[in-house]
Design a protein around this ligand. Sequence first.
Ligand code: ZN
Length: 182
Amino acid sequence: MAAKAMLQQPGVERVLVLDCDVHQGDGTAAILADCAAVFTCSIHCQKNFPVRKRQSDLDVALPDGIEDKTYLDIVEQTLHQCLDIVQPDIVFFDAGVDVYRGDPLGRASVSEQGIVQRERLVLSTLKRRGIPVATVIGGGYDDDRWQLAKRHAIVVEQAIALHRASWSVGASLRQDACANIR
Ligand SMILES: [Zn+2]
């Protein structure tokens, strides 16, 4: 719905939804099936819920127990493929952390460091290409809520780390602007 709303904005003609939750983005695929301006890509474990998958514009089905190196290579390759095909004006990134190897509802086997690398990879690639990104947290299940919250925070931490330099420039510009007004 946010992707569709963005299409009403000037300068936004193509949107990419990159869904890295371990479960297929079946709802997104279904809702946006008829929306040619939004490209949906889901990278998920083949044997995870839902049993009956919907058809995204690009579905990448992963085997059980996939580990960091192979997983990150696939995410990187898929991201570049999508960006080259779609040339999006904005990307929605579902940073599901249920790819974590200890997640009770996920069949992947990605480490916490692997999740850090995934978020850095996606965000830095988009920054390099000058494409705005909206990140949302996705799935992630753990009885230890503190550990789970820390895992969900990774995407925000990586975004802050990556954009800190440009923010400080922005902050000084804002200070200058305020000084001028005074
Ligand atoms: Zn999920």
